[in-house]
Design a protein around this ligand. Structure first.
Ligand SMILES: *Cc1c(COP(=O)(O)O)cnc(C)c1O
Length: 387
């Protein structure tokens, strides 16, 4: 590292490693919670016509008024509340942290959860406190309440449903956290389209609650658009540090267009929910894994071990070893989910594995619900690995 870089780039930034996104190449991509469906051809055509006179020579509407109005209607933001848009909800997390950051201020979240809370807390010089979820991936309320008391977090992020676990926390627990929190609570409803529960309608009940949504998981990930709603008091402060043209012309127009045809997106997300139930059933029939309840468009599952597993990959590894019994194989505990990840990749299917193999995600993998064909290809490939 050059002397100048060392001299001027913050030490905590130099010590980070960049957020790694694997290149899927031609693989079936079931790693990033994307909606697998395109738009009907006629709709695509209309969209292109809609974009044809986009004034790309002009700066976009800095407040994106038309889009804000429309998205608030679609997302049922209560009257009297206000919203700002972000270049993805990631940018909104960043805006929140920038506004709250001061020496010693704390960001809190249960763990495991969405990694950007921790990463952005670090970039913005805040202290991050991760509080482990319980065995069912529910909020560990005594631990949360105690940590809130000790650390006095400026903000608590609760992903609802949670990523990567897929479940909804108990709504009663979330309410208790909002009640007891000394600062803000942001309920991140990125997967709202796949769940039956929301805190949006409760915004007017709590003056320290904000609700965040994104269009990414419902079929518009490429547009980069998120929404943060809450009382004008808070939103007006955040709006001061939002860069004025953060939502570009093409995104503003495309989102307005797509939200006018929200029924198409809804049909797609409902299809994904039905297919999620089918994948759950099929996973249930596979011996040697446990899946966790999901109210999102992905499923977290754990490779149970030690388990007798009869896989070609394992045969290669253990054919000469002593633990072979009647065509079954004991899998090395620390290797199994990695091996299955690699086996699926060999079959052209990309899912998500986790860097942390010691914590509660040990031996876990996460699969996004794709089209019926993609899901079947995933199940078939998985069976090849572990039946
Ligand atoms: C995917 C995801 C987001 C990020 O959404 P973008 O709008 O694409 O930035 C936010 N929160 C959670 C919990 C997510 O899983």
């Amino acid at each position: 590292m050059s002397h100048l870089v060392k001299q001027w780039i913050r030490e905590d930034i130099r010590s980070l490693s960049a957020y790694h996104v694997p290149n899927p190449g031609k693989m079936i991509k079931l790693d990033a919670m994307e909606n697998p469906y395109c738009w009907p051809q006629s709709m695509q055509q209309e969209w292109l016509e809609f974009l044809a006179d986009a004034p790309v020579n002009r700066y976009p509407d800095p407040a994106a008024e038309k889009l804000v109005q429309q998205i608030e209607t679609v997302m049922a933001v209560p009257k009297g509340m206000k919203s700002i848009l972000g270049n993805g909800s990631d940018e909104l997390i960043q805006i929140i942290c920038m506004a709250l950051s001061q020496p010693g201020s704390v960001v809190m979240a249960p763990e495991p959860t969405f990694v950007m809370y921790q990463m952005i807390a670090r970039f913005t010089n805040m202290n991050y406190q991760g509080i482990p979820l319980d065995k069912e991936f529910q909020l560990d309320m005594p631990a949360m309440l105690q940590a809130m008391e000790i650390h006095q977090p400026a903000v608590i992020f609760l992903a609802y449903p949670n990523n990567p676990t897929g479940n909804l926390f108990s709504a009663q627990d979330v309410r208790q956290i909002i009640d007891k929190a000394p600062g803000l609570v942001v309920v991140d409803e990125a997967y709202h389209a796949f769940a039956d529960s929301s805190f949006m309608s409760l915004l007017s009940e709590y003056n320290n609650l904000l609700v965040m949504r994104t269009v990414s998981k419902m079929g518009l990930a490429g547009l980069r658009l998120g929404l943060l709603s809450g009382s004008p008091e808070w939103i007006d402060e955040f709006d001061k540090i939002r860069l004025p043209y953060n939502i570009n012309v093409l995104t503003q127009l495309s989102a307005v267009f797509a939200l006018q045809r929200y029924d198409v997106l809804e049909q797609q997300t409902q299809q994904i929910c039905r297919d999620r139930e089918k994948v759950k059933e099929q996973l249930n029939q596979i011996h040697g894994l446990v899946q966790y309840p999901s109210a999102a468009n992905f499923i977290l599952f754990k490779i149970e071990s030690p388990q007798p597993i009869n896989s070609p990959a394992v045969v290669l590894q253990t054919s000469s070893s002593a633990n072979k019994t009647a065509g079954e194989f004991m899998l090395d505990k620390s290797m199994s989910s990695d091996m299955i990840f690699a086996g699926l990749k060999n079959e052209g299917i990309l899912i998500k594995r986790f860097a942390d193999t010691s914590g509660s995600l040990a031996n876990c993998l996460r699969v996004t619900i794709g089209t019926a064909e993609e899901n079947q290809a995933f199940i078939n490939a998985l069976k090849k690995q572990i039946i």
